[in-house]
Ligand binder design. Structure first.
Ligand code: NAD
Length: 251
């Protein structure tokens, strides 16, 4: 599917007129880097149910399932490279237009592309912490242990339970990150929601809040979203080509 030239021009016009843009991104911006979103066939999520936070805390079996998923998904994220969509957002920041990226993604590809103001609503899968003493590890350094079938990771400093620094279903988001994201949403003049089904609460409150506070709302996603009827511009197209074509028109 491709977005029409007309849509690209409309997006470029909105970008030109705005200087306080916030991008709200979801798993869709990383599929072109080879990281599957929730729905793609063949992705880890088509094989495993995500583990709820309560189950993770209570049951060793749930933790084994959790680390089995990480054993597959972390190498994909480590091997992935930022794509045209991530790079277009970096260029918008460097032109002084984009003030922040609020992301649901846990793959750190925005930061690796060069975005400097990234608010990670759901944390990062690239770091692991002890839930008791807060000792930290990189996901990369723990990967050999997972591959050796060590699927119950216990902190070597205090015997606490270790967990990726992501927000699981049933786990609270960081209040600071959420507050900062909402503040930026209230203040922006243009919110671009990119590659998100916009069904995960409370993250989807970020674009909704921007619209309620007078910002223009652009939705760029392959599929319909529940916020489409509030969008000033809704583009059902591919992210990399659409964003880079629009940003190119700014020069
Ligand atoms: P989602 O999977 O619910 O929705 C992604 C949307 O992107 C879908 O509607 C899909 O049609 C669209 N899409 C995929 N590739 C696209 C492309 N190239 N061009 C245009 N549209 C495209 O993702 P979500 O809304 O982010 O919510 C899922 C949750 O899963 C999030 O909380 C996130 O933390 C987590 N997650 C993160 C990653 C990651 O970090 N890369 C990957 C999978 C899941």
């Amino acid at each position: 599917m491709s977005s029409s030239i007309d849509h690209v021009q409309q997006l470029a016009d909105l970008l030109r007129k705005s200087d306080n843009i916030v991008a709200f991104t979801g798993a869709g911006i990383s599929t072109e880097s080879g990281i599957p979103d929730f729905r793609s066939p063949g992705g880890v999520w088509s094989k495993y149910q995500p583990v709820e936070f309560d189950d993770f805390l209570r049951h060793a079996e749930a933790r084994r399932q959790y680390w089995t998923i990480r054993r597959e998904s972390v190498p994909q994220m480590l091997a992935a490279k930022p794509n045209a969509g991530h790079h277009a957002l970096v260029e918008l920041e460097q032109r002084g237009k984009l003030q922040a990226v609020v992301t649901q993604n846990i793959d750190e590809l925005h930061q690796r592309a060069g975005s400097t103001r990234v608010l990670e609503l759901h944390g990062t899968a690239m770091q692991v912490q002890c839930l008791e003493c807060d000792k930290r590890w990189t996901a990369a350094e723990l990967q050999p242990r997972l591959e050796a079938d060590e699927l119950e990771l216990i902190c070597d400093a205090c015997d606490g339970i270790m967990k990726s620094m992501t927000v699981s279903f049933g786990q609270a988001l960081s209040a600071d990150v959420l507050m900062d994201s909402m503040q930026r949403a209230r203040e922006c003049d243009l919110m671009i929601a990119i590659g998100s089904s916009l069904v995960v609460y409370p993250a989807n409150e970020v674009p909704a809040t921007a619209k309620r506070n007078g910002a223009k709302l652009v939705i760029l996603n392959r599929e319909k979203t529940p916020l489409d009827s509030y969008g000033d511009l809704v583009i059902r197209g591919e992210i990399g080509q659409t964003l880079s074509a629009a940003v190119t028109q700014l020069s």
